[in-house]
Design a protein around this ligand. Structure first.
Ligand code: NDP
Length: 263
């Protein structure tokens, strides 16, 4: 039996075991997908090898470490320097980031995007910024509440929320955790209202509740999505890598969605 899993800290909340195990069961694979709470990032490689994982997803706060320990890195992650999927074959670690493709798949029906504003400057913002760049979006602006994280966005336009002066964006994306546990927005509501009044699309990475960001998107009649499809598609692409299968994406997605709906 092959062993897969998701590694992070905290990890109890992760939906990946449900999603992957339901797909594994329906495909009839001889495999199990578990979760592993890692305390010390320096033990990541040891855990992968000692527990004989065939593949893992990696979540907060170990995506950078996952990139660092990999022997072989997919070309698409060389700029991002963060991995969310590892494959272990013959004691070699191969690193990928399926958040990139997951996000692009989720916004597939958002058309004519030229100028995009990303709220937040963490790991997800970074994956999304490069995903947009790979998709040839010309202007990608990153806004955050402090300057500290802008070091990892040196080749993007960055600004504090209060310094946003041109409100003409086609899409705005919330990558912050604001609204996850409360009703807050990433920035002052007035700033967001100005952005929303010019904008066509809104994307929220949080997937398990209607956040204030989504509520405001509705108020401004924007075409919006939450992070559910991104979550599902990053899982689908990881599953393809784990089991080396192709042309089964819709079946995988449906099995994963079914697992979430069973909760
Ligand atoms: P990080 O910790 O790397 O970055 C978080 C960002 O959010 C930082 O810019 C931080 O600002 C900002 N932030 C946090 N709280 C607030 C707040 N109250 N107000 C304003 N800004 C805030 O996290 P990640 O990028 O890895 O994850 C962000 C979110 O994305 C999480 O909610 C995660 O669950 C979700 N996610 C969803 C996925 C999906 O498939 N749908 C995939 C991956 C992540 P500062 O720099 O000032 O601290």
């Amino acid at each position: 039996m092959k062993l897969f899993g998701v590694i992070g800290n905290p990890i109890m909340h992760s939906k990946s075991p449900r999603m992957h195990n339901n797909a594994i069961k329906n495909f009839g694979f001889d495999a199990l997908y578990t979760r592993y709470n890692l305390e010390d990032k320096n033990k990541l490689k040891e855990v992968l090898i000692d527990l004989k994982f065939s593949g893992t997803n990696i979540t907060l706060p170990f995506k950078e470490e996952a990139f660092a320990i990999a022997d072989v890195k997919d070309n698409s992650i060389l700029d991002i320097k963060a991995a969310n999927t590892l494959i272990i074959k013959k004691s070699k670690i191969y690193a990928y980031n399926t958040d990139i493709l997951g996000f692009l798949k989720a916004i597939e029906d958002f058309k004519n995007l030229n100028k995009v504003l990303i709220l937040g400057a963490g790991g997800t913002a970074r994956a999304i910024a490069y995903a947009l760049r790979y998709n040839n979006i010309k202007e990608i602006h990153i806004a955050n509440r402090n300057l500290a994280r802008f070091d990892s966005f040196k080749d993007f336009t960055t600004m504090l929320y209060e310094d946003i002066s041109d409100f003409n964006y086609d899409m705005v994306i919330n990558t912050t955790s604001a609204g996850l546990c409360d009703d807050s927005l990433a920035c002052d509501k007035k700033i967001l209202e100005k952005v929303f009044s010019h904008c066509k699309y809104a994307f929220e990475v949080i997937y398990n509740k209607e956040t204030s960001f989504i509520k405001l998107s509705k108020k401004y009649n924007l075409i919006y999505k939450n992070g559910l499809e991104m979550l599902l598609w990053q899982g689908v692409f990881a599953f393809e890598l784990f089991f080396e299968i192709k042309n089964q994406q819709n079946s995988i997605k449906n099995f994963m969605l079914e697992a979430l709906n069973l909760e």
